[in-house]
Design a protein around this ligand. Structure first.
Ligand code: PLP
Length: 391
């Protein structure tokens, strides 16, 4: 089952896929192998696909809303997969996690106020702050290159800059894209204590929460302490592991009533009210039936990670794979090649003919790095490795 489910290549061309069908628009050569944006090359769980098809057969698609079964499936998933007990009415839908982050920034900070991020990080973390005219406060992650992963939070710097810059909100990325850390209970508690001590609101992006590799466990930040929960907007979505980003559905969890009401008010002020019917159905069915699917996905992608890690070790001594603790995105350090600023990007694209994410898109600390998406067939991963050799 597992082999069939994830080993079967699916042609994604001519499906309006950003990754496959928009090479020209993104200025890429036709022949590049696309392993960038964070969706997977895998079919969604059968139960979800069946439910979507069944609903699609009904000839009309009027305004729709989630009934109890929608929230029950999410609540059960959070409890069984993450040990996080929520109530149905804590959940607010938005079309995406980034949308929710923007809403939270707008509602809980004022223009000109400071918002902190840890870098390198997913590019939208910068944009949500800057595009909304808040002051960006960056704290680079510490990095010990002698370790397999080696990225850590710089707690002293975080606290120092919170005080110096009067930080009002903190964007947490857990698991941290692109460096692959799944923050531990100890780290999150230490961070949370600092943030609460200085009355900093926490916007916790946990969109990659469902993919932690064996030996690692995702901890929901808000589950750690009541005082954390009261100050946190937890952003989740079924879109990453289940590959339904095109259906635009996110579940934002806020336990504190007043905070939740304020957030909801801001969502409604955008004009967004009811969710997309297909996003809703997919989310409900994936959470209700997708446990085995995610377990298999983790096993499958783990093997891809091992393959690339071994391949790089054996064939590319100047490159270094940063061991991921979660996410299907792998962070690779090519700085050992000593290429000038844009030369690595050029070689990856035009010599190796790979379409990856340039590390610098995640911050200056990412210069010389690339992010590769391994949520694809092992055959594609092997092909990517062979191409990578050419740089
Ligand atoms: C950390 C992180 N947050 C948010 C997103 C985007 O989520 P959405 O499409 O729900 O805005 C991504 C997508 O790659 C991501 O990696």
């Amino acid at each position: 089952m597992e082999k069939l489910r994830f080993d079967t290549p699916i042609d994604r061309y001519h499906t309006d896929s950003v990754k496959f069908d928009f090479k020209k628009e993104y200025g890429k050569e036709e022949g590049v192998l696309p392993l960038w944006v964070a969706d997977t090359d895998f079919a969604i769980p059968k139960e979800a696909a069946d439910a979507i098809r069944k609903r699609a057969e009904h000839p009309l698609y009027g305004y729709s809303a989630g009934d109890a079964s929608y929230y029950d499936s999410l609540r059960e998933w959070m409890k069984t997969r993450h040990g996080y007990e929520i109530q149905n009415d804590w959940v607010i839908n938005t079309p995406s996690v980034v949308f929710a982050m923007v809403i939270a920034i707008r509602k809980f900070t004022k223009e000109g106020e400071a918002v902190m991020i840890q870098t390198p990080v997913y590019g939208q973390f910068y944009k949500t702050v800057v595009n909304n005219h808040r002051e960006l406060v960056e704290v680079p992650l510490l990095q010990d290159k002698a370790k397999e992963n080696g990225y850590e939070m710089d707690f002293a710097k975080i606290e120092q800059l919170i005080v110096e810059r009067n930080v009002k909100a903190f964007l947490l990325c857990n698991p941290h894209n692109p460096v692959g850390r799944v923050w531990t209970k100890q780290e999150l508690t230490r961070l949370g204590d600092i943030l609460i001590r200085h009355d900093v609101r926490i916007i916790s992006d946990e969109i990659h929460m469902d993919l932690a590799y064996p030996g690692y466990k995702h901890i929901v930040f808000a589950s750690l302490k009541e005082e954390f929960a009261k100050n946190t907007i937890t952003c989740t979505a079924p879109t990453k592991v289940f590959n339904i980003a095109g259906l635009q559905q996110a579940n934002i969890i806020i336990s504190e009533k007043e905070l939740r009401n304020q957030f909801r008010q801001e969502v409604h002020s955008t004009g967004y009210m009811e969710p997309n019917i297909f996003g809703m159905i997919a989310s409900r069915e994936c959470y209700a039936h997708g446990a085995e699917y995610v377990d298999e996905l983790i096993r499958y992608v783990s093997k891809n990670v091992s393959y690339v890690t071994e391949f790089v070790k054996e064939n590319m001594p100047k490159a270094r794979v940063i061991k991921p603790e979660g996410m299907y995105l792998l962070w690779i350090d090519f700085s050992g090649y000593g290429y000038e600023k844009d030369e690595l990007v050029r070689r990856i694209e035009h010599v190796a003919k790979l379409w990856l994410n340039d590390g610098e898109a995640f911050g200056v600390e990412g210069r010389g790095y690339m992010r590769i998406n391994l949520a694809t067939t092992l055959a594609t991963v092997k092909e990517a490795c062979e191409r990578m050799l050419l740089i």
